[in-house]
Design a protein around this ligand. Structure first.
Ligand code: ASP
Length: 583
């Protein structure tokens, strides 16, 4: 038998007079004594059923029994609604189905929340995700996600990329997070790591002559969960042989534009602007700046060298932003508190009120020429950062964002895409002083930067690039090292002995030594991209079954303890006392 002739949302005036069978969920039921009205819903919309006891006595018995979210099937005739009953807000609002037969296909227990209820606790929504999914918002998000991924696949196919599946269970891949481990029954005491990304496999595909690889790849990273982070997520992962940076950026821009077009949205214009890492840090205090508003950071290190204000005089870096507001003392105290949380010692300021009068505890120490440099218009506040360069950039960058949001300076109608390029190759750990990779250890140095001091690689630039949308990092990539000696030097700089490097990455070093083409690639977080496309505040809203911030899945109750005999078989023992006493 056929369950339905057409979808609930499809009925229109053209169907008047037709006999139809429809099926779906009961959205609402209104019992008017004699007549019963039922709104029947599926993924396409809602339609109104009318059960009239004079027309169908059996159907009316069933109609009395049904409750919200029962699944029912109805057969009847499509009729025009009376003029005063037309619902202009509903695409099916001009018609209704006069029911002749009504069958309950499935019942529902009372619901933990109503589908039209707002502000339902998120854990409850996730616990009953199958109900939550029936709502418009979720239906919209999952279909939007599908449209974007389908468009990306079409674009990749059109650009001759080959979808190659790579293993999830592998050796640890250094993407900067902890690994999830998988014990192995056949080899007790040994573990696979779940891939943090297909990085090394995609590079091996290049050595293997695939030329252009892509995958919508699942990645696993053991990190604290946040609005834009889950243990598992997907990437549009790609790698290309015989390319330079611009070739990779061009492909990524095509994929982004294809996604916008598939959604019927105006696409950002190409090429996306490029901004160097040093410039981004200096002007915006961030390697993922939000370019939808100005309030750029400006430098005052030169003019404050001979300052009588001791803090400025001795600081290696003095920079400032000018906010278009006369902040009150209380507001300034709050901003100073934030600056301190972010690592500043204090927050010097100059308020220039509407009449041009200067209010500032430090003004008396500043010369005319210093004051003139800050160019503050009446009705604004100059806020300073003084200290080491990294801290000053970070604090002013965060203040800029905070004030930009608070004062509504961000043009939310804009889609500001850009590339940040020319990142440093290495970073120094603030605590241990050790050098490590900035992106991952497979990123190539820039031409001309191939020879660095292995004990102090400061200033070495890498061929690493990030894609940023409205202040969100969408993804990263790089041109890779294809020379085995350069690769060994990177490992040594990170403090890996040649022996360690060969034991962990011997397969890569061997592959690089057997005819590796120059290559490079990129990976973009799919959920983050889709969430931004959907205008959602966090990626959980575009993931079917996400975990909550504690790392648990409220729906299945995972993770769970395992029986001892299973653990024994895997060659592992759980430190049970610790895990049970901590709850
Ligand atoms: N594997 C990198 C990442 O996951 C991306 C890349 O370099 O292609 O961030």
């Amino acid at each position: 038998m056929s369950w339905r002739d057409l979808y609930c949302g499809e009925l229109r005036k053209d169907h008047i007079g037709r006999r139809v069978t429809v099926a779906g969920w009961v959205d609402t039921r209104r019992d008017h004594g004699g007549l019963v009205f039922v709104d029947l819903r599926d993924h396409t919309g809602k339609l109104q059923l009318v059960v009239n006891p004079e027309r169908a006595a059996d159907a009316q018995v069933a109609a009395h029994e049904i409750r919200n979210e029962f699944v029912v099937q109805a057969e009847g005739e499509v009729v025009a609604r009376a003029p005063d009953a037309v619902n202009p807000n509903l695409p099916t609002g001009e018609v209704e189905v006069q029911v002749d037969a009504l069958r309950i296909l499935s019942r529902s227990t009372p619901l933990p929340f109503q589908l039209d209820e707002e502000h339902v606790d998120e854990t409850l929504r996730l616990r009953y995700r199958w109900l939550d999914m029936r709502r418009d918002r979720m239906q919209h998000n999952f279909r939007l996600s599908h449209t974007v991924i389908a468009a990306i696949r079409r674009a990749m196919d059109a650009m001759d990329f080959v979808d190659v599946w790579t293993p999830s269970m592998t050796r640890g891949t250094p993407e900067g997070a902890r690994d999830f481990l998988v014990p192995v029954r056949l080899q007790p005491g040994k573990f696979f790591a779940l891939a943090q990304s297909p990085q090394l496999f995609k590079q091996l595909c290049m050595v293997g002559g695939i030329d252009r690889y892509y995958q919508i790849a699942t990645c696993w990273r053991d990190e604290d969960l946040r609005a834009d982070r889950q243990f598992e997520f997907r990437q549009l992962d790609l790698e290309m042989a015989f390319v330079e940076r611009e070739d990779v950026l061009d492909v990524m821009e095509s994929a982004v534009v294809a996604s916008f077009e598939a959604l019927g949205r105006e696409a950002p214009s190409r090429p996306f602007p490029r901004i160097g890492y040093d410039e981004a840090m200096a002007r915006y205090g961030s390697d993922k700046p939000d370019l939808r508003f100005g309030m750029e950071i400006q430098d005052a290190t030169g003019v404050t060298r001979g300052s009588e204000f001791g803090v400025f005089k001795s600081a290696p870096t003095v920079r400032y932003i000018v906010a278009p507001k006369v902040f009150s003392r209380a507001e300034l105290a709050r901003l100073e508190e934030l600056a301190k949380e972010w690592g500043a010692r204090g927050l010097a300021y100059i308020v220039v009120d509407e009449s041009g009068e200067v209010r500032s505890p430090i003004a008396k120490f500043l010369s005319e020429s210093e004051l003139a440099t800050f160019e503050a218009e009446p009705g604004s506040t100059v806020l300073f950062g003084a200290g080491d360069e990294a801290m000053v950039a970070r604090v002013l960058g965060l203040l800029r964002l905070h004030i930009g949001r608070e004062l509504g300076l961000i043009d939310v109608g804009l889609d500001a895409f850009h590339w940040v390029i020319d990142f440093p190759l290495f970073e120094q750990d603030e605590e241990t002083g050790r050098w490590t990779f900035a992106h991952h250890p497979f990123t190539a140095p820039m031409a001309g930067d191939e020879t660095w001091d292995e004990s102090n690689p400061a200033g070495t630039r890498g061929q690493h690039y990030d894609l940023v949308w409205n202040g969100w990092e969408l993804g990263s990539g790089s041109i890779r090292i294809h020379d085995v000696e350069v690769q060994e030097r990177v490992f040594r700089t990170m403090g890996l002995s040649d022996e360690d490097a060969h034991s962990k990455f011997g397969f890569l070093l061997e592959a690089l030594a057997m005819g590796a083409p120059p290559h490079g690639g990129f990976a973009m977080g799919i959920e983050r991209f889709v969430a931004l496309m959907a205008g959602e505040p966090d990626i959980r809203q575009v993931i079917a079954f996400p975990k909550v911030s504690s790392g648990s899945d409220p729906l299945t109750g995972a993770p769970t303890p395992m029986p001892d005999e299973i653990l024994r078989e895997l060659g592992i023992g759980a430190l049970q006392a610790e895990s049970s006493s901590s709850h």
